[in-house]
Design a binder for this molecule. Structure first.
Ligand code: SF4
Length: 334
């Protein structure tokens, strides 16, 4: 299937200039800033602190580079329209092709992206060698991964090779998420709206019944059999008032997530075309929101990370860990 070369070349070229690596026509990787920080400064991401993810051994990727069912106001993803293209993002074609070969290309891509650190003066050889042997995959980056027709096979192949997987989705595909035999190591549902009306303008669905589909997914998650996370991206003057506390508490009642991660919106990328710096809350504002939500839901605050402006709420005393974690291991609030 060759549709991309002609139609999407302009977007592809922009993305390559922004550091994206294409493992094939629909799969893209990009080095996370925390992978860089871990290698050069031994500063690790909050998922290292919360869940033991070794940031320098993490692949940030998406199998649905150009496809999504939402056009969220806060999204930093470059959309075809942002580069003057008209493109139907909602219709991801079925892709065939060997999954084992695809995972080879993804791992090879990660090694290429990080190869320059071999000679970096601040990078320890041990850390570089560990980075050449990835242990974790963050299936997020861009687009909606549940639109990829071979998502389950991809998860299976990563797990077979000993990589843990965090799948980040908007939950718009209950037909996929609730029927996976091979589930991700941890499932993230991203939500910023707590009712349909707000969802329409904040998450701008590109398909009919997207809110209803999301709610269908949430109702199927209480016994998902894997840790689940409700990720709430907080925007000042948009979804941080007392109505939001009440609204998200109802969502939490339905989903009963293992973890809740209220996290500050970051004024970056294409979102700067739609929002202002004013919408980016401070860490203190995030923690004040987390305290109110904790009171309302009965989920204790277990940790936080100031650099990432995020809190962790959970009924688990200690989160489930997936890697050997960061120097110093698990610790409470900063
Ligand atoms: S887990 Fe997320 S934040 Fe941490 S290194 Fe991977 S992509 Fe970056």
């Amino acid at each position: 299937m060759n549709i991309l070369r002609e139609d999407l070349e302009p977007l592809r070229e922009v993305m390559k200039k922004q550091g994206y690596y294409f493992a094939n026509e629909h799969t893209v990787l990009k080095t996370c800033s925390w992978t860089r920080n871990a290698l050069t400064q031994k500063r690790f991401c909050y998922k290292c602190k919360f869940y033991g993810i070794e940031s320098h051994r993490c692949i940030q990727m998406s199998p649905a580079a150009f496809w999504c069912w939402n056009a969220c106001v806060h999204c930093w993803r470059l959309r075809p329209q942002d580069v003057g293209l008209s493109w139907n993002e909602t219709r991801m074609p079925d892709f065939d092709g060997d999954i084992s070969e695809l995972v080879d290309r993804i791992i090879e891509g990660q090694k290429r992206l990080l190869s320059g650190y071999k000679v970096h003066s601040k990078v320890e050889q041990r850390m570089f060698e560990e980075a050449m042997n990835p242990k974790h995959v963050a299936i997020s980056l861009t687009g909606e991964p549940t639109l990829y027709n071979k998502l389950e096979d991809l998860l299976k192949e990563f797990h077979k090779r000993g990589l843990s997987t965090f799948l980040v989705t908007r939950g718009v595909r209950p037909d996929v998420l609730l029927n996976l035999q091979e589930k991700p190591s941890q499932l993230y549902i991203s939500m910023e709206a707590y009712n349909r009306e707000m969802y329409e303008w904040l998450n701008q669905p590109l398909v009919p019944r997207a809110w209803e589909k999301t709610m269908e997914t949430l109702r199927g998650l209480p016994d998902y059999g894997r840790p689940t996370v409700l990720r709430i991206t907080l925007m000042r003057n948009i979804n941080m008032d007392d109505n939001a506390i009440k609204g998200f508490s109802k969502i939490i009642d339905i989903m009963q997530p293992t973890y809740i991660e209220p996290k500050a919106y970051m004024y970056v990328g294409a979102s700067m075309l739609r929002l202002t710096k004013e919408n980016m809350p401070t860490h203190e504002e995030v923690m004040s929101f987390a305290e109110k939500l904790s009171k309302e839901t009965g989920y204790p605050i277990r940790s936080e990370s100031k650099p990432s402006r995020i809190a962790l709420l959970s009924k688990l005393e200690k989160p489930i860990r997936f890697g050997k974690g960061c120097p110093g291991g698990w610790s409470g609030p900063d």
